[in-house]
Design a protein around this ligand. Structure first.
Ligand code: AMP
Ligand code: MG
Length: 327
């Protein structure tokens, strides 16, 4: 990775990062329409394409190294663009290295456990990128805005007092710290949509028949609680942006820009991990050479002993020739 590119990505995402310990007021501190001065959508699309290539390369190395895992948590208001972000940003990576988990209203079985249980079960393995489409943060968002959810969680009386939210923030921070200390990086994105853009996207879901399935009348009821959600998001961002797992507030009114940002934050994490292909020891290299001799000896008559090496050699000679020509 050229240091330049890494530096440009770091600079690009810096304005989105919630400084640990800072107090966020969403409406004032972050603009859902921000585009970092990129005027044309086409420029953003080009940027996303190169981001996707970079992610694919890093993901291969992450898997080969098999030491670190990455957990990407996506939170948003309804119609914030979580699904499309996942579809676009992950479009270049090997599906075998990615696991996507969505979280809905908890099941009876899930309610029979502590609240982090169901999220723990979906954590990525080493070498994988796990994506949470909604995450453990619902436990301080929808559960906070609608306290009947908390009642369903069957907590003992002592554990559901007014300090429950502060306690959950601490427990979530501790859990994420534990994960990151053990090689699992937690990346958190909040797709920040304006109320007007949500209105427009809801109308589109109603007007375009193929999108009707995405619309639920519950979404309109949630919209009526807009201010409560803004407050819950602001408090959550303030309390759970940490050095080991900072929040990034992604401006989401322009879908293409949100996707560029998501790819950039994920790329930044992978660049920081800097996964490497495992080194092959001298002994293993000698063994490979030995096996190659055996396989070459098995070549049928008239066949090249090692067509791949012949090809690779030809490629190498061609590159050399081209290089000389250009000198
Ligand atoms: P969707 O992602 O649109 O399919 O909707 C999933 C629904 O599940 C949303 O209305 C969420 O608010 C709800 N949900 C997700 N997690 C929880 C939770 N822990 N407790 C209660 N409701 C939840
Ligand atoms: Mg929905």
């Amino acid at each position: 990775m050229g240091d330049d590119r890494a530096e440009r990505i770091a600079e690009f995402i810096e304005p989105l990062r919630v400084e640990p310990g800072s107090r966020v007021r969403l409406g004032e501190d972050f603009d859902p329409g921000y585009k970092a001065g990129i005027r044309k959508k086409e420029d953003g699309v080009e940027l996303l394409r190169s981001g996707i290539e970079l992610l694919a390369d890093y993901q291969r190395r992450l898997a080969a190294q098999d030491t670190y895992g990455v957990l990407l948590c996506l939170q948003a208001l309804d119609a914030g663009g979580k699904d499309g972000t996942i579809r676009h940003v992950m479009s270049g990576v090997n599906p075998q290295g990615v696991r996507v988990s969505g979280f809905k209203v908890p099941s009876d079985e899930e309610l029979d456990h502590d609240y982090l249980w169901r999220y723990t079960r979906e954590l990525p393995r080493r070498g994988e990128i796990g994506i949470f489409n909604r995450s453990h943060y619902e436990e301080v968002l929808v559960v906070r805005v609608h306290p009947e959810n908390l009642r369903r969680e069957k907590l003992p009386d002592a554990a559901r007092g007014p300090d429950v939210w502060q306690r959950r923030y601490r427990e979530i921070n501790d859990w994420e710290r534990y994960l990151s200390d053990n090689g699992f990086r937690v990346v958190k994105l909040f797709l920040n949509l304006s109320k007007e853009e949500q209105r427009i996207r809801f109308l589109k879901r109603i007007d375009v028949p193929e999108r009707n399935w995405k619309f639920s009348s519950a979404d309109v009821r949630e919209r009526a609680r807009w201010d409560d959600y803004q407050r819950a998001f602001s408090q959550m961002l303030s309390a759970t942006s940490t050095e080991w797992a900072p929040w990034y507030v992604v401006p989401a009114d322009h879908k293409w820009f949100a996707r560029v940002c998501a790819a950039a934050v994920l790329a930044h994490t992978l660049i920081d991990i800097d996964p490497r292909y495992p080194e092959v020891s001298d002994a293993a290299r000698r063994e490979l050479a030995e096996v190659r001799r055996e396989l070459e000896a098995e070549a049928p008559e008239g066949a090249a002993a090692d067509p791949y090496a012949a090809d690779a050699g030809a490629g190498e000679r061609k590159r050399e020739k081209k290089h000389k020509k250009h000198r």
